[in-house]
Structure formats: C-alpha cells, structure tokens
Design a protein around this ligand. Structure first.
Ligand code: ADE
Ligand code: ZN
Length: 340
C-alpha cells in the first residue's frame, strides 16, 4: 500500500483564524442555542453562500457567521472542534488568530472570548498532544484608536496571548495606519505578525516589516512583483504563511494551478502552508498540502521543506523546534525523502 506522506508528517499551522473554523453545522447549532437569527436555515444553504469574488465578499459572510458566538462555552466549543480536526491532520502545533473586536463590538465580554479559547487550547495540550499559542488580530478596517483600545483591554490577558496580528480588509488600510499600536504591542512583549500582500501591494509588505516589525508575513504572495522585496525576504528568511485554497476561493489566483507557491519555494523563501479559514474555503491543512502536491507538482522533498518551515517559522523555543524537526526528519527518512 502507498504510504501517505502528507498524513504522516507532523505539521505546524501558523495562519488560522479561529472564527474561520466555524463549520455550518456548529454555526446553526449555536444560532439555535443562543437564539441568533442567521441568513441560512440549513447547512446546504450556508455552503451555497460560500462563493466569494474577493476578500471583502468573504469577510461580510465571515463576520455574519461570528454573530452566533456569545458565551465562553461557544468559544470553547468552536476552538475544541478545530483542535480535534487538527489532530486528524497530524497538526502538532498551532498558532491561532482571534479577532476580539468582532466580538467586543457586539457586547461580548473579552473575558468570555479569551477564557473559552484558552480553556480549549489548554485541554488540547493534555488531551490531544497539540501545543498552541494565541495571536490577537486587530481589524484593519477599524481605526488605529480602536486597535489601541483593543490592545489595552487585552493587557490583563498578557500571559495568554503570544502575539498580535493585523487582518480584515487590506486594500486602503496599510500597515502604516497601525505603527503606534504595534510599537506599543512590541513594548508590551507581544510578537508582531501581519497580513500583507494578499490583495494589497508589495509596499504593504515593506511597511509590515519596517514599520510594524512583523516577524512573519501572513500571505505575502504579491511579493513576487518586487524583486528587491523577494531578496529581502530570502536573505532574512522571513516566514510567509501562505494559504493556497484560501487564495483560490478569494480569487487572488483564478485556479490552484496558477498559484505561485512553488515559485516562492524555488526562490528560497521560507514558505509555509496553512488553511486560513478552513470552514469557508473547503479544506483543512492536509487538503492544502494535497492541493500543492497535486496542482503544483511539489514533490516529497518540497512537502517536507514546507513542513520544516512551519516549525522553523513558529514562535516555539529552540528546543521544541529541534524536537519537532527531528520527528519530521524521521518520517521523511522512512519515506526516502531527502532532509534539510
Ligand atoms: N480574516 C480572516 N481571514 C482573513 C484573510 N484571509 N485575510 C484578511 N483577513 C482575514
Ligand atoms: Zn488570514
């Protein structure tokens, strides 16, 4: 029997919005539990609505769905469902985004959001053997003052949150809008990352690096339009958290065959594979790896390289990275793939 390399390699996921893991089944159940009216009454109706033309057309539906999340238990259930699903894809480490402003703007206490998510993350460590960390994302379509307020509100949960990120509508909301917020976040010890170069131009990636101090770029696929930027990303080995199925669903690329992931990898960039909002984009992490293998002809060595980059680009400490890479190398060797 052919062994399944993708299923067997231990993987890290570095670009995953917890609100984007809300499957229609759970959305409808929570809608009923909390008496929140949804625009869909069946799972099929919801899935039929998941046809997107760009990032904004997705975000409208994604923020609608998040309205069913009200209590600590809801956030626990959401997060636990993702973690159980992640285990099946052999994810051993996940760095998870959450959007506090999506919830606090509706009157949900930040305490319910963070405590619910954290309780599930803590249980995953002991019950599923998955290590995790949590990254607070600012919604870039809102103001810098609102982002600063969100940061300050989160300070009591400083120990529960490893980093800050920047997501939502990219075009027209450059990283420079959030320079002061990220200055403050870094001073408080949060590790900065930012979505940049998904729909936005290469200049947004430069800004994320130079103005926000981003340690990783989420997406970053438009870097290929700027040769000097590619060289910078290569020399500094800045991890790019690329999300292939997301990019096709949101029409960054028309077809998976057009995706530039293999080119980014060939250029020596620290490319990682991630699922972004898998409940909306039709595939969890292994499905993204399979798409890359099947449509972009990335071979076993390339797949191992992508998985290695996931650990290298993570916020794990050096010892944990070494242990994960050694485990990955053992699986690679068993498959005859070449290492390092
Ligand atoms: N929020 C959730 N998914 C996102 C994405 N792919 N880009 C920007 N903001 C997001
Ligand atoms: Zn994202």
């Amino acid at each position: 029997m052919q062994r399944d390399l993708i299923a067997e390699i231990p993987k890290a996921e570095l670009h995953l919005h917890i609100e984007g893991t809300l499957e229609p089944e759970l959305m409808l159940a929570l809608g009923e539990r909390n008496r929140v009216r949804l625009p869909y009454s069946t799972v099929e109706e919801a899935r039929e609505a998941y046809e997107f033309t760009d990032l904004q057309s997705f975000l409208n539906i994604y923020y609608d769905g998040a309205q069913v999340l009200l209590t600590e238990e809801d956030f626990y259930d959401l997060t636990w469902a993702y973690l159980e699903r992640a285990r099946r894809d052999n994810i051993v480490h996940a760095e998870i985004f959450f959007d506090p402003q999506t919830h606090t703007e509706r009157g949900v206490p930040l305490q319910a959001v963070v405590s619910g998510i954290r309780a599930a993350l803590d249980a995953a460590g002991s019950e599923l053997g998955i290590t995790t960390s949590l990254i607070l994302c600012f919604l870039r379509h809102l103001s810098a003052a609102q982002a600063m307020a969100a940061l300050e509100e989160a300070l009591p949960w400083r120990e529960a949150i490893v980093g800050v990120g920047l997501d939502s509508s990219e075009i027209g909301n450059p990283p420079s809008k959030f320079t002061a917020v990220f200055d403050r976040a870094r001073a408080e010890g949060f590790l900065p990352v930012a979505h940049a170069g998904e729909e936005g131009p290469p200049s947004y990636i430069w800004e994320a690096l130079d103005l926000l101090g981003a340690r990783r770029i989420d997406h970053g696929v438009r870097c290929l339009e700027d040769e000097r930027l590619v060289e910078r990303l290569r020399v500094e080995q800045v991890p790019l958290t690329v999300c292939p199925l997301s990019n096709v669903k949101l029409r960054v690329f028309d077809r998976i065959e057009d995706h530039t992931l293999a080119r980014l990898l060939d250029r020596g960039l620290c490319v990682t594979v991630n699922s972004d909002d898998p409940a909306y984009f039709g595939g969890y992490l292994n499905a993204n790896y399979r798409a890359v293998r099947d449509a972009l002809a990335v071979d076993a060595d390339g797949l191992i390289r992508l998985a290695r980059n996931g650990f290298v680009g993570s916020f794990l400490d050096a010892g944990a990275k070494r242990r994960h890479l050694a485990a990955l190398d053992r699986v690679a060797a068993a498959h005859g793939a070449s290492l390092t």
